[in-house]
Design a protein around this ligand. Structure first.
Ligand SMILES: O=C(O)CCC(=O)C(=O)O
Ligand SMILES: [Fe+2]
Length: 721
């Protein structure tokens, strides 16, 4: 069936396309009364054709040439400053660009008066009868020079599912792409629609929801014939395209839509719309009273930002099925690597006692969060294909929001742990408690927004939805993603880096002072000269490289009266071990001015107290410095790796977000998406690298099952000592 607009000059046509014959059109021109359309509704009356029915109407000469000229002239009067210039076209969003966190809200204002006759005809034709406001309330004016076009996209959820496009100035060919079984667009268009100047193209129903449309960036359209143009039978001026080719001129399209959400304007906005600030594009605020000026400026600033984003409401889907597939594959491969790495961390930590040291408690917690996060990534885009409301898509969104946030939080807890160890004199139990609370916080805090987003239905839609790479906070809510996710994550990353840097500074300072102190070395100064804090740090520094399962550290009776005692009396090695490595604690390695005894659970004996004779002082000093170099290197390596992993994980995806939010919302860079798909799911693997690097000996023992041999060797050494 077809639709007959009330205007007698218009021929109303419905195109029915058989999806099995891709380029060959099966069109029907039929005229039926408007009342029958209204009675039945445009959408529901259409019988399904093939496996997918695009619902589309082509009406040549919807407006006449004089009307076309007049509208073009009026559009040309709009100052250049009001246009948003994009790479391959420029556009005007009237009465204004959409606003609100999801950029789906129209500030109530009339459409420009020079479009009134077209709007009236659309209304009379009743194309919008089933839409929210029964008439268009928004128009996007696109201007294309020859060679310009628009990438394949969907018009998105901000509008009622109907678009009416009037072409002015030149013809174009609109290409329609089907989606494949997993909801991705096919590489080649399935249909081509020739739109003549003055024509109207209405897309609705299945066509609106199930297909993508775009215009190729070419200067000459070819294959303009009945075999390749789906509406060829309806083309009015076939003579103009007889050669099968047509060079494009400058085309202006008016895309009328009905924005579902409309916000009534307050006093200042009403005033502004009366002053035609929105319609006529005046940028001056000078006519307003003081308070209004401030609001006007705020609105202008907001409009500036939105202007750059207007096209985002088109809900672009710029990638081909092949591109989306490659993003999917790379994300899933890296996620699987991370899953394997995290599983190793969890299994080895649980099953091999020497690995259960404080820093690895955190590595273990991070691995747990990585397992859930990377599990979600490993599903790739399949949850997207399962549908926004599917449990799979919602679970993927939940896991990513929850556990991917847990990771940087835990790294921050780890950095805090290192910082407390190096800078304060808290004992092992205090640090363990702080760790415990930190870990709990890191798991519980991100769960709150994650579950809120799962239940929240702003505008009746789920928060989690298609976010291109996976189901996450949906693309149209990218501001929410920025505020809830990217900003907190970067705050955490910088906090961690600062804490690492402060701890590193402390290490370097101690190293310097130790060198000076060792120069002045004599038996008295050995005990007294370094400041209390440095001495404390000396313990932690040594602990950095001490055995894994040291449990106690005691002051020898000979030191019980010196100032060193109170600080180390209750100190266990664990309390000062932010990063253990399982190097053998060679008695010769003990720092000469750290006169203390260390016991280990396996050694069950004390290491000798050093009381170096003056002939050995030189050698001891050299060893002290070299020991500190080792400590410093270990610390630096650990902090460096944590920082590198954080950066690798978060930089590509954050650059992508900044680019799409603030620089060019209309253009998605495949390389940035690819880098994000590669790096984001890789953080579990990065954390596994840190874990194995900082506990290499234990990991090696675990893998080669030589833990027993190693313990025996240690016992032998200690008894020998
Ligand atoms: O210019 C056209 O014909 C298409 C414009 C379009 O698809 C849009 O603005 O969403
Ligand atoms: Fe569009």
């Amino acid at each position: 069936m077809g639709v007959e607009p009330s205007s007698s000059s218009c021929v109303s046509t419905q195109l029915e396309w058989d999806t099995r014959t891709v380029s060959k059109a099966r069109t029907s021109i039929s005229c039926c009364s408007v009342s029958s359309v209204v009675a039945n509704g445009m959408d529901v009356t259409m019988p399904p054709v093939g496996d997918l029915l695009p619902s589309c109407y082509y009406i040549p000469s919807f407006i006449n040439r004089a009307e076309e000229d007049r509208i073009i002239k009026d559009i040309r009067k709009v100052p250049d400053s009001r246009w948003t210039v994009l790479t391959h076209r420029r556009l005007l969003s009237l009465p204004s660009t959409l606003t609100g966190p999801a950029r789906d809200t129209l500030l109530d204002a009339p459409l420009p008066s020079y479009l009134a006759s077209v709007v009236a005809r659309l209304k009379e034709s009743r194309y919008f009868t089933d839409s929210t406001h029964q008439q268009p309330n928004h128009v996007l004016i696109n201007e294309y020079k020859p060679g310009e076009g628009i990438m394949p996209h969907e018009d998105g959820p901000a509008y009622a599912p109907i678009t009416a496009t009037v072409s002015l100035g030149s013809h174009t060919v609109l290409e329609i792409y089907k989606k494949n079984d997993v909801g991705e667009r096919e590489a080649q268009p399935s249909w081509r629609i020739l739109q003549e100047p003055c024509s109207l193209l209405v897309t609705t129903g299945h066509m609106y929801a199930q297909t993508l449309h775009g215009i190729s960036e070419i200067t000459v359209d070819e294959n303009l014939n009945s075999d390749h143009i789906v509406n060829w039978d309806l083309v009015e001026e076939k003579g103009a395209y007889q050669s099968g080719k047509a060079g494009r001129g400058t085309r202006i399209s008016l895309t009328f839509r009905d924005v579902t959400k409309v916000a009534k304007l307050g006093g200042a906005m009403k005033f502004m719309s009366k002053r035609s600030l929105l319609q006529k594009g005046r940028s001056s605020c000078w006519v307003l009273a003081a308070g209004q000026i401030r609001r006007c400026r705020r609105l202008r600033r907001a409009r500036k930002v939105n202007d750059g984003r207007g096209a985002m409401t088109e809900y672009h889907k710029p990638f081909t099925a092949a591109e989306l597939q490659s993003l999917d594959i790379v994300a899933r491969v890296t996620a699987c690597l991370s899953l394997a790495g995290s599983s190793f961390t969890i299994i080895s930590f649980l099953s091999y006692a020497p690995l259960r040291k404080p820093v690895n408690r955190l590595a273990f917690s991070i691995a747990i969060s990585n397992v859930f996060g990377c599990l979600a990534y490993s599903w790739g885009r399949h949850p997207v294909a399962a549908g926004r409301h599917s449990a799979w898509c919602q679970t993927q969104g939940l896991f990513i929001t929850w556990f991917v946030m847990t990771d940087p939080l835990l790294v921050m807890v780890l950095a805090f742990n290192v910082f407390l160890t190096v800078r304060t004199s808290r004992n092992a139990n205090r640090l363990k408690t702080i760790d415990f609370y930190g870990i709990c916080f890191a798991f519980v805090a991100p769960a709150i927004p994650a579950f809120v987003f799962l239940c929240w239905r702003p505008d009746g839609k789920t928060v989690y939805g298609d976010a291109t790479l996976w189901c996450w906070i949906a693309r149209e809510k990218d501001i929410l993603r920025l505020v809830e996710f990217y900003i907190p994550v970067w705050v955490m990353i910088f906090t961690s880096i600062c804490l690492f840097a402060l701890s590193g500074k402390q290490i370097l300072q101690v190293r310097k002072k130790l060198k000076i102190a060792s120069c002045k070395f004599d038996s008295r100064e050995a005990v007294c000269s370094p400041e209390a804090r440095e001495r404390r740090f000396s313990i932690s520094a040594r602990a950095f490289i001490s055995r894994t399962f040291s449990t106690d550290s005691r002051i020898p009776p000979s030191l019980s009266t010196n100032s060193f005692k109170p600080e180390v009396e209750h100190v266990t090695i664990e309390r000062v071990v932010p990063v253990h490595s399982r190097e053998e604690l060679d008695p010769n390695d003990v720092l000469p001015n750290m006169i203390m005894t260390t016991t280990t659970t396996t050694m069950a004996s004390t290491l000798p107290i050093l009381d170096p004779s003056s002939s050995e002082k030189g050698r001891s000093r050299a060893k002290t410095a070299s020991r500190f170099d080792k400590i410093h290197w270990k610390y630096a390596k650990f902090a460096f790796l944590c920082t590198v992993v954080l950066f690798i994980t978060w930089i590509p995806i954050s650059i992508n977000r900044v680019y799409n939010n603030f620089i060019n919302p209309d253009h998605q860079i495949f390389g940035l998406y690819f880098a994000s798909a590669l790096c984001m799911p890789l953080h579990g693997f990065g954390n596994f690298v840190i874990y194995t690097t900082t506990s290499w000996t234990e990991c090696r023992d675990f893998i080669t099952c030589s833990g027993h041999r190693s313990s025996t060797r240690n016992s032998r050494r200690s008894s020998h000592a």
